[in-house]
Design a protein around this ligand. Structure first.
Ligand SMILES: Cc1cc2nc3c(=O)[nH]c(=O)nc-3n(C[C@H](O)[C@H](O)[C@H](O)COP(=O)(O)OP(=O)(O)OC[C@H]3O[C@@H](n4cnc5c(N)ncnc54)[C@H](O)[C@@H]3O)c2cc1C
Length: 382
């Protein structure tokens, strides 16, 4: 093993929302945690995404004193429907024992709040991460920061670098869809209602944010290019076509698009290393599960590490992997199933979807399952 210049107990690669959550959740432990990121701190300013956070995520962030209430807009109702087909359902917080089904927050506000809770000596950024050499007792990572290359030894390296590229350990299913995101204003306000509308191109979500909505418009890649190229008024017309006269859109701010694929890593651990958040699994954004799942990864890893003096102990990492299996599989199956069932225009499936939405509306246990998944994620069936 190379000689180390710096030693830490846990080295987290990727100071995104999941990596920062882990560092906060481990704070107070004797274990020293260092985060490294290839981008400078605060580089997330202007990220166009807004995230739907479950009520359960709010509770976890509040326990870390990282819940930014001012930046959160509560969702009290979710209206689900399909374009060109019958059936709709309404999920209402009043039916559950929570003040809200979930919350909407800009990615940048979430990251800012987590970042302010971390001290400046906990993050090395921007930097380039090179070789990782894992031995029996530690891993040594080559990191270049401010022109200087250092070897950092850690007992555990946590990968939280976000969505992976093409790697042998990552299985990928390309949805052939892009998510066009933007913030829009309306004349009517949102009354804390989110809309999930299934169209043959893909799902379209309107998430209440401040006085307007954050939209996630899922369409084939060519159509995404077209939507990005439209002027504001033509874009609002395209949006109106999906919703009819129910909502009057008046203005739209900057638009951006993200390619969508399901990426699942296996195995999740190797000697002295573990993968969490999007680095472990990247999901389609329908029903807003991705960050909520990554937050639970970070939380549960921290819970397990609290009980181990050696954070890279294979027994601890094995327990982590076993503990995350049901939540990961359930969240992936839930989002992937919705996308495959709803993103098409096959008449028989349109009918089946209509019946499904009707069943959700008429059968409280089914609706409660979906609602509990939105509110709690993994604990939907408890
Ligand atoms: C359009 C869209 C809408 C979404 N909506 C929702 C939603 O409503 N609800 C929800 O829960 N989730 C949603 N998601 C998913 C959510 O954005 C991700 O799950 C979440 O950002 C994952 O956080 P992360 O910290 O794992 O990764 P990231 O947010 O990608 O952060 C990764 C960090 O690692 C750094 N990094 C990358 N590579 C390296 C490297 N080699 N070395 C060092 N650092 C590196 C990056 O600079 C970054 O800071 C949405 C995603 C998209 C695309």
């Amino acid at each position: 093993m190379p000689e180390a210049d710096l030693k830490t107990e846990v080295l987290v690669i990727g100071a995104g929302p999941v990596g920062m959550t882990l560092a906060l959740a481990l704070a107070g432990d004797a274990q020293r945690v260092l985060l490294v990121d290839r981008r400078p701190r605060g580089a997330w300013a202007g990220d166009p995404r807004a995230l739907a956070l479950s009520y359960g995520s709010r509770q976890l962030l509040a326990r870390l004193r990282a819940w930014n209430a001012r930046a959160a807009t509560a969702i009290r109702q979710i209206h689900v429907s399909q374009r060109g087909g019958f059936g709709r359902t309404l999920i209402d917080a009043e039916d559950y024992d929570t003040p809200a089904l979930g919350y909407v927050m800009r990615y940048s506000d979430l990251a800012d709040e987590l970042d302010t809770r971390l001290s400046s000596d906990q993050i090395l950024a921007p930097c380039t991460v090179g070789r990782i050499e894992a031995g029996a007792d530690e891993a040594v990572v080559t990191v270049t920061h401010e022109g200087q290359t250092k070897q950092i030894a850690a007992r555990l390296v946590v990968h939280a670098e976000g969505t992976p590229g093409n790697e042998a350990d990552v299985k990928m299913h390309d949805y052939r869809q892009h998510a066009v995101v933007a913030e829009v204003s309306t004349t009517t306000g949102h009354q804390q209602r989110a809309w999930e509308r299934f169209t043959p191109d893909g799902p379209l979500a309107l998430l209440p944010l401040d006085d307007g909505y954050s939209i996630v418009f899922t369409v084939p890649p060519k159509k995404a290019e077209h939507l990005l190229a439209l002027d504001e008024s033509a874009f609002l017309t395209a949006l109106r076509e999906q919703f009819g006269r129910r909502i009057e859109f008046t203005a739209c701010r900057a638009r951006a698009s993200f390619p969508l694929a399901l990426r699942v890593r296996s195995p999740l651990v190797s000697p002295r290393q573990v993968w969490i958040g999007n680095a472990a699994q990247s999901l389609h954004p329908v029903s807003g599960q991705g960050f909520n799942l990554g937050l639970r990864d970070a939380w549960e890893l921290a819970e397990i590490l609290h009980g181990h003096s050696d954070p890279g102990d294979p027994a601890a990492l094995g327990a982590y992997v076993r503990g995350r299996t049901i939540d990961r599989r359930g969240s992936m199956a839930f989002t992937d199933g919705i996308v495959r069932l709803f993103s098409n225009d096959i008449p028989a499936l349109r009918l089946a979807r209509g019946l499904g939405l009707l069943a959700l509306d008429l059968a409280p246990p089914l609706r409660h399952f979906v609602a509990r998944r939105m509110i709690w994620g993994a604990r939907a069936w408890l």
